[in-house]
Design a protein around this ligand. Structure first.
Ligand SMILES: [Zn+2]
Length: 270
């Protein structure tokens, strides 16, 4: 699943190709991707210039002349910017025909991705964006502490909750717990204010480094064939040997998500 750094990489890459291009028309080949009335979506988005692309958490926001729409890639969503005469892939579901003769194609093998119209000037206060917590970069430590202090879930599960803190997915949740030497099963409410401040700092640093490197490429995603160009060095996620103690990395499921940690180096907070 693309995480915040990957979505940020997609945003930056897409901007290089589609900014100031006009969407001439839209072909909706798999209607479930669009959470609005299909005709309304097509009508609102057509003949509109892509003026900017924003990101909040793992949502992309395409800002057009009179409207905007959010796009969430979920598990396998990708964008491709291609010549219109290139044959469609069977997983291309939404086709934006641009005024430069190219197409921006939304491709999604799992079909879990979603798009939805939002208002141009107030989208951060509208669903689905309004329910997101702050990102690690700008979260208020006191507010984050208050949320975690009420939460009895394992910390690794709690930081995946986008209403508590936005933009952390499973890969980076594993990396953050590892970097903090924190047992992922530690109940969130056990973290002291000092640990929560550390959580903010470590999360920001890990996400920033990943953005600099262009995100991980564990699962396929691309915004114009940037697949495989980047590889973030992970220390715990999908690893076998702990880079600190040389011991074994344990893999278990917490709430169904693959959790990688070193039992030796990562301690439960009491
Ligand atoms: Zn270790």
């Amino acid at each position: 699943m693309p995480e915040l750094p990957e979505v940020e990489t997609v945003r930056r890459t897409l901007k290089n190709f589609v900014l100031k291009k006009k969407i001439v028309s839209v072909d909706v080949l798999y209607p479930k991707i669009i959470e609005d009335d299909i005709d309304k979506f097509i009508e609102n988005v057509s003949n509109q210039v892509i003026n900017d692309i924003d990101r909040i958490g793992k949502f992309l926001i395409f800002k057009l002349d009179n409207t905007a729409f959010v796009s969430h890639l979920r598990m396998e969503g990708k964008y491709h910017y291609v010549d219109q005469d290139i044959p469609l892939n069977k997983h291309d579901h939404i086709i934006f025909n641009l005024d430069d003769g190219k197409q921006l194609r939304y491709n999604d093998t799992r079909k879990f991705g979603r798009m939805k119209l939002v208002s141009l000037n107030n989208y951060s206060n509208e669903l689905p964006l309004s329910k997101l917590g702050a990102e690690p970069f700008n979260v208020d430590v006191k507010e984050l502490y208050a949320k975690l202090h009420k939460c009895k879930l394992p910390i690794k599960h709690a930081i995946l909750d986008q209403s508590i803190i936005a933009g952390i997915g499973n890969i980076y949740a594993n990396e953050i717990c590892f970097a903090m030497h924190l047992d992922p099963y530690t109940p969130a409410c056990k973290l002291t204010k000092k640990s929560v401040a550390e959580l903010k700092e470590v999360s920001s640093k890990i996400l920033e480094e990943a953005i600099e490197q262009g995100g991980t490429t564990i699962h396929s995603f691309s915004a114009n064939g940037i697949d495989g160009l980047f590889q973030v060095k992970l220390k715990a996620h999908m690893q076998k040997i702990c880079p600190i103690c040389g011991g074994e990395i344990t893999k278990e499921a917490i709430k169904g998500r693959g959790t990688y940690y070193c039992k030796q180096c990562q301690k439960r907070r009491k």
